[in-house]
Design a protein around this ligand. Sequence first.
Ligand code: ZN
Ligand code: ZN
Ligand code: ZN
Ligand code: ZN
Ligand code: ZN
Ligand code: ZN
Length: 497
Amino acid sequence: MEPCFLCGKPGQSECPDCRLVAVCSKEHKTLHRPEKLCFPFKIEQDPVKGRLMVANRDIQPLELILYDRTMAFGPKMGSAPVCLHCMKPIQNVDHLCSTCAWPFCSDKCSQSQTHRMECSILARNKMKLDFSDFENPHDHYRCIAPLRFLLLRESEPNFYQRFQYLMDHNKERRLDLDTWQTYQTYVNKFLRENCQLKDTFSNEEIDRACGLFWTNAFSCNSGGGQAIFPTFSFMSHSCTSNANHVVFPNRHLALQAKVLIKKGDEITISYISPLQSTMRRQAKLRDKWFFECSCSRCQDPSENGTNLSSLKCKASVLNEDQPCQGILTSNLASKGSECAWTCSKCSNQVPAKIVLELENSIAKELKEAESHKDIAVIEEILQKFETVLHPNHFLLILLKRHIIALGCDKISELELEQLEKIQTFCEEVLNVINRIDPGYNRDRGLILGHLANVKKFRCRKMFHKELIPQPVFQRQVEECMILFGESQKCMSMLVKK
Ligand SMILES: [Zn+2]
Ligand SMILES: [Zn+2]
Ligand SMILES: [Zn+2]
Ligand SMILES: [Zn+2]
Ligand SMILES: [Zn+2]
Ligand SMILES: [Zn+2]
């Protein structure tokens, strides 16, 4: 018999319903088939990447892969004061808990079951905490999620056990002395000394709880909270992922396929926004999750053929007025941060550091450009930077997305020529998204919706001006309906976080 699909221990029985997995225990059987549905995945051990989730059969687009529930959650790291129950920002201290004196958004929230877990412990602290600043991060909020997690050791031992396989990256986190010290002061020392938990939880246990949240937490409660999900945390990252997840307010999480996932394929999500350059994605993944992404997109200088990080070569080949205009792409995958951008036409090279500086200064200018309400003004700025950046460079794609949103806000006022331009932008953005974030997802759904809308207005206008005959008009309306249907399907992805 195969090993257990989840923990890898010797399998005791095969699932009689799907016959695709073996389980070691009743408990892990429930994690494979909580109700009337078998989850189509198993956990495999990869020598390089560690544990990863693999499809045990073909999974259709939009199919549910798993749902996971958690009791390990709390305010996010570096949170300003929030209600400890619903995690909405706190605006005043009108509703203090009568036992521990932490602020809540309402008396109802202060009496919630969630807070009962930690209330008596927080009440042991005799140092007065100041909750008068509602804007800036309040370091004491860092202790809540780890404390709730640690309390599960007693109250929910089986659930607590399920976190044993997850990584905490404490070895790497320790190297950032400032952050590490902040946690030592506001979590370890606060809980062990002020809240008198010295004999209950060791420093190592508290460090591990903090590291688990740092490494594995996903945001919940509209971004005010963080939660760790024991099974879902096995998911690894890809910059072109094949699944999407949603966290619900009741602290359930659902994972859904974006595209067809073939049996044996690794199931991945993207930890970060896919609409950024390889250099930036890799820096984020390194800083937060301590790994070098080696997905196929990161290995490809053209990023799945999009040129999302590419520049235009400014080297003057013949004379000052004639820049080369070849495409500069990075060799990031092979050289890491030492890399340079190399021109495909001449031998010009630009070091990564210069590219980053250039991108940062352009990004700043584009941010300012976004404050303009006049599309023509933003378009001029776009044209200016199209001589420096590839038209698909992520900064320009973001700007085009902004122009599309502006245009669609006042679509009924737009002239034919403007509609045509917006439609082109929609097609360009969609073309990029199709390559780096294919399948059913919200970003793609939004652009498809805009494209359908612009196309509809445009063909209607052309028909009224007798620029297209009835049959052409009819066909274009049908195309719009198809686009619109596809957009709806993307948006029907369970509601976003
Ligand atoms: Zn097992
Ligand atoms: Zn089954
Ligand atoms: Zn509340
Ligand atoms: Zn309380
Ligand atoms: Zn990658
Ligand atoms: Zn060149």
